[in-house]
Each structure stands twice: as structure tokens, then as C-alpha cells.
Design a protein around this ligand. Structure first.
Ligand code: FE
Length: 149
């Protein structure tokens, strides 16, 4: 088993064999921190999962009838019950695609495509990189990037 600790400005990671455990610093933006981590480690493809807490999140809902995202920001303390996502290449660049489920104070849930969220407490992630080129290309009919396998 090989193990290595790596530090970025917004995160600390431990690589165990091919798997990373990533802790995002309190008050950091999740998307900014994870994008920096992916670029730092030159991760081209793979899967992400995470939990934690945030005090602000902007979610997106894609409306197929208009082919537009509708964004909404929530400013309150929330549990991140799950972040689930993947990394693939769009136009030759690694892109994160993240969805989030948030738990509110009254135990109801919010969910959507994650545009941005700010950690307020812990941000605990597992990354499973794949040494492969997974490509997404634009589907003009739907207006989104789909897997081109
Ligand atoms: Fe999405």
C-alpha cells in the first residue's frame, strides 16, 4: 500500500494507492476547491463522492423546454447529505459534473446540479480516478453534454 499527503490552498488530500481522500477547508467554495484539486493532480476521469456541511449553496435545474439552467441560491446552514459526481473531458479539458443533496434544519432536503456552495464545517470527499479518456460531447437537441462512449 502506498500513501502520500498532498496540500493545496483550499484542501488537503491523502492518496492511498489510487484513491484520494480530500478534506476541503472550512469557508472554501466546493467547486473551486475540487477544481483546483483535480487540476493539481491532473485527474482526467473518475468518480467523486462526498459529505459535509455548507452555509450557502447555488443549485441549478435544467429546463429542457428552454434548454436553460434556472439557478437558485440558498443561504442557511445545511448538511451535505451527498455530493455525487464525475470527471470527464469536454473540448479536451477535464470537467467536474456535481450533484448535491442538502438537508435543512427542518430535515427536509434540497437537491440539484451544484453550481457552487461554501463549506461551513467539514467537507469530506473520496475521489476514484480512472486512467482513461472519458469524453462528453454536446447534444444539440437537448442542449447538454452527454457521454460519447
Ligand atoms: Fe447536472
Amino acid at each position: 500500500m502506498s500513501t502520500q499527503t498532498i496540500k493545496g490552498a483550499l484542501w488537503t488530500a491523502r492518496k492511498i494507492d489510487q484513491t484520494y481522500i480530500v478534506s476541503i477547508k472550512n469557508h472554501s467554495g466546493i467547486v473551486e476547491a475540487l477544481t483546483d484539486f483535480v487540476n493539481n493532480q491532473s485527474i482526467q476521469a473518475g468518480q467523486i463522492t462526498g459529505i459535509g456541511a455548507v452555509n450557502e449553496a447555488t443549485l441549478r435545474f435544467f429546463d429542457p423546454s428552454t434548454k436553460q439552467y434556472v439557478d437558485k441560491t440558498f443561504k442557511e446552514q445545511m448538511e451535505v447529505s451527498n455530493i455525487s459526481g464525475n470527471i470527464s473531458k469536454i473540448d479536451g479539458k477535464p470537467m467536474l459534473h456535481l450533484h448535491i443533496t442538502l438537508g435543512r434544519r427542518d430535515y427536509t432536503a434540497l437537491a440539484g446540479h451544484l453550481l457552487d456552495a461554501t463549506i461551513s464545517g467539514a467537507g469530506e470527499f473520496f475521489f476514484y480516478p480512472l486512467d482513461a479518456d472519458i469524453i462528453k460531447t454536446r447534444d444539440e437537441e437537448f442542449g447538454l453534454n452527454f457521454y460519447d462512449l
